[in-house]
Ligand binder design. Structure first.
Ligand SMILES: *Cc1c(COP(=O)(O)O)cnc(C)c1O
Length: 215
């Protein structure tokens, strides 16, 4: 079943890389996913991420996509491929520190709050522009800021989702020349199960799909 779901998703997203969101899924399901050729997986909790990284084959790239507490960065710094959910300067500092301890350069995305809902994590758009302009994001030797991540409002209104994704794409283009290394600021992590078909038309460079793989 997973193979059919995967084929259907690949059909929609084309060449856009798929980040398979493995949260809340059993080891059996994840092994099946692995056997279908999937090598990029993502979790939103540190404990699950660490456990699955230990139990599944070594050639899987693990992405962290959920809210990350500073005191947990050290548990994932040695192996995580990318952290999509950086939402504060303090977290960025901690990632830099832990990456240095591991002798690594860690790839991160800055999460931006684009949805209607009040409760979601992420930088506010203007707050992020100010932060980047201040130069505060340029002081890290062990962090590579690769782009932005966002989640659209959970709604059937496709025009709204599209305009939220477009605004994030524009923000990425606007921030790019302000970054200390514009060449590496290329990624736009948008699109989930219900809106990946919209995201790929709005500049997505990686979609994070979970439930649709397993239903
Ligand atoms: C769970 C989750 C996803 C995947 O959502 P689905 O609707 O299951 O595809 C993507 N991004 C984040 C940050 C998530 O927490």
């Amino acid at each position: 079943m997973i193979q059919e779901n995967l084929d259907a998703i690949l059909n929609i997203i084309g060449d856009t890389p798929l980040i398979a969101v493995s949260k809340n899924r059993s080891m059996e399901e994840l092994k099946e996913l692995y056997n279908c050729g999937v090598r990029i997986m993502a979790e939103n909790r540190v404990q699950e991420l660490t456990r699955k990284h230990h139990e599944l084959p070594d050639d899987i790239q693990w992405h962290m996509i959920g809210h990350l507490q500073r005191n947990k960065v050290k548990q994932i710094a040695s192996f995580v491929e990318m952290i999509h959910s950086v939402d504060s300067l303090r977290l960025l500092k901690e990632i830099d520190k832990q990456a240095e301890r591991c002798g690594r350069m860690l790839k991160v995305l800055l999460q931006v709050h684009i949805a209607d809902e009040e409760s979601k994590f992420g930088f506010d758009r203007n707050e992020l522009i100010q932060l980047v302009k201040s130069g505060a994001c340029s002081n890290f030797d062990h962090v590579s800021i690769c782009g932005l991540m966002g989640m659209a409002t959970f709604t059937d209104d496709e025009d709204q989702v599209k305009s939220e994704f477009k605004s994030l794409q524009e923000l990425k283009e606007g921030l790019k020349p302000l970054m200390s290394d514009p060449e590496q600021f290329t990624e736009l992590s948008i699109g989930m199960s219900q809106d990946c078909h919209i995201a790929v038309k709005c500049g997505s460079t990686m979609v994070r799909v979970g439930s649709r793989l397993f239903r």
